[in-house]
Design a protein around this ligand. Structure first.
Ligand SMILES: Cc1cc2nc3c(=O)[nH]c(=O)nc-3n(C[C@H](O)[C@H](O)[C@H](O)COP(=O)(O)OP(=O)(O)OC[C@H]3O[C@@H](n4cnc5c(N)ncnc54)[C@H](O)[C@@H]3O)c2cc1C
Ligand code: FES
Length: 282
């Protein structure tokens, strides 16, 4: 199993060193002078200037997957892909260069290597939906560095809820959209079904992040074909480090796991369902 990178003790303050709009989303970058480079699939709890100033909201930090990293002259640059859906994400999406960002991380369990997911894997199939493409982008980069073949399938609801394709650096990507504005008209899971036809299923390791309905479809497609898969789940999180049990999800064989410490990346066969109430983007 890929070893998780541990967060330094306590939160630290970083400087925002970049911001750009990409379709309906925003990528902002922070220079983390004192933190380690994260593994793909790990996340950070973020809080920015202005936090709690409008009616006391947002009160708690918010969880974000890291979408990309790059060495920086002073530490590591962390890129986050964000969609403004409420007070916390609106503040983060509006951050300008020089703003201060408080972060804790990297947190959680990262994606495993394809051979750890499926010992017979010849490569990976990556499936991202909406803002859930963030951890898929860094995973793709990490696999490509290790020369591991990966097919990437990305799906979006409509043009307003899409963006971030440049994070994949023009590598071949299969696209789907529900409104047909790009790629196949329909769901990204249609592309997954086609990719898993025939013998390809036995030699695949599937990785996915996206809205709960998409993750549940990936879970059930992979279950039906006996293809091992890992899912990055986005249940609502309060503390991010295992103290509050706010992120508990039911396990397939009974009991619960805390997604912030036992996930957010989980084996698809570990969980009862990926339909976690109140979690993930639509
Ligand atoms: C491990 C993890 C990784 C994540 N990575 C990313 C990421 O890379 N980029 C990103 O933009 N978001 C990501 N999220 C989701 C992000 O944390 C939430 O969107 C955020 O907490 C919402 O905070 P808010 O204050 O803006 O809105 P809130 O006040 O918390 O919610 C505002 C409205 O949005 C709804 N809502 C709440 N959470 C979500 C959600 N996740 N999706 C859609 N609607 C929601 C609520 O029902 C409410 O109607 C991640 C979550 C987790 C747990
Ligand atoms: S968010 Fe508090 S235990 Fe997971």
């Amino acid at each position: 199993m890929t070893v998780r990178v541990l967060a330094p003790f306590a939160s630290r303050v970083c400087e925002v060193v970049g911001r750009r709009e990409t379709g309906g989303y925003v990528v902002f970058s922070a220079r983390d002078a004192d933190g380690p480079e994260p593994e793909a699939g790990q996340f950070y709890m973020l809080r920015s200037e202005g936090w709690g100033e409008a009616d006391g909201r947002p009160f708690l930090p918010r969880a974000f997957s890291v979408a990309m990293t790059a060495p920086d002259t002073r530490g590591v640059r962390l890129d986050f892909l964000v969609e403004a859906v409420g007070p916390g994400t609106a503040l983060l999406a509006g951050l300008e260069n020089g703003a201060k960002l408080e972060l804790t991380g990297p947190l959680g369990r990262p994606f495993s290597a394809p051979r750890e997911v499926n010992p017979g894997a010849a490569g990976a199939i990556l499936v991202g939906g909406g803002i859930g493409i963030a951890p898929i982008a860094i995973l793709r980069r990490h696999l490509s560095r290790r020369a591991i073949p990966a097919r990437t399938l990305l799906g979006f609801r409509d043009e307003a809820h899409s963006g971030g394709l440049e994070l994949f650096e023009c590598q071949e990507v299969g696209l789907a959209s529900e409104d047909g504005h790009t790629g196949h008209r329909g769901y990204v899971t249609d592309l997954l079904q086609a990719a898993l036809k025939g013998d390809d299923a036995r030699s695949a390791a599937v990785y996915a992040c996206g809205p709960p309905a998409m993750l549940e479809a990936v879970r059930s497609i992979c279950d039906a074909r006996g293809v091992p898969a890992e899912l990055a789940m986005e249940a609502p999180m309060a503390c991010g480090y295992g103290a509050c049990f706010g992120c508990a999800v039911p396990l397939a064989d009974g009991g619960y796991m805390r997604l912030c410490v036992d996930g957010p990346v989980v084996r698809a066969d570990e969980i009862e369902t990926a339909l976690v109430a109140g979690a993930g983007h639509r």
